[in-house]
Ligand binder design. Structure first.
Ligand code: HEC
Length: 82
């Protein structure tokens, strides 16, 4: 999963523990802990892009990711804090 995240460019804006352009994946994991709807919602946001949850900087869309790839990445991110 780390390799897919690297290939997809996620780490140009995210790192596991510290905020870069986007929030640290550990912070994302902590925020959505116990939220059963989060994986599907966040996978859609990764594919379509979005803003306003962590600040004013938007995340660009990643339309090349397949739905199952986006979901797998998000599930991996959500496991980052545990
Ligand atoms: C160009 C910079 C950039 C890239 C590349 C990027 N992100 Fe983001 N990401 C952001 C920003 C900025 C936010 C905060 C958006 C907000 O405030 O709603 C964010 C937010 C997120 C969130 C939390 C969304 C929420 O609503 O809480 C997840 C999960 C995420 N990114 C995953 C990824 C994954 C997986 C990739 C690689 C496919 C990726 N990001 C690539 C900038 C980026």
């Amino acid at each position: 999963m780390q390799a897919l995240a690297e290939k997809s460019g996620c780490f140009s804006c995210h790192s596991m523990q510290t905020k870069v352009v986007g929030p640290a994946f550990a912070d994302v994991a902590a925020k959505y802990k116990g939220d059963a709807d989060a994986p599907a919602r966040l996978a859609q946001k990764v594919r379509e892009g979005g803003k306003g949850t962590w600040g004013r900087i938007p995340m660009p869309p990643h339309p090349n990711l397949k739905e199952d790839e986006a979901l797998a990445l998000v599930n991996w991110v959500l496991g980052a804090g545990s």
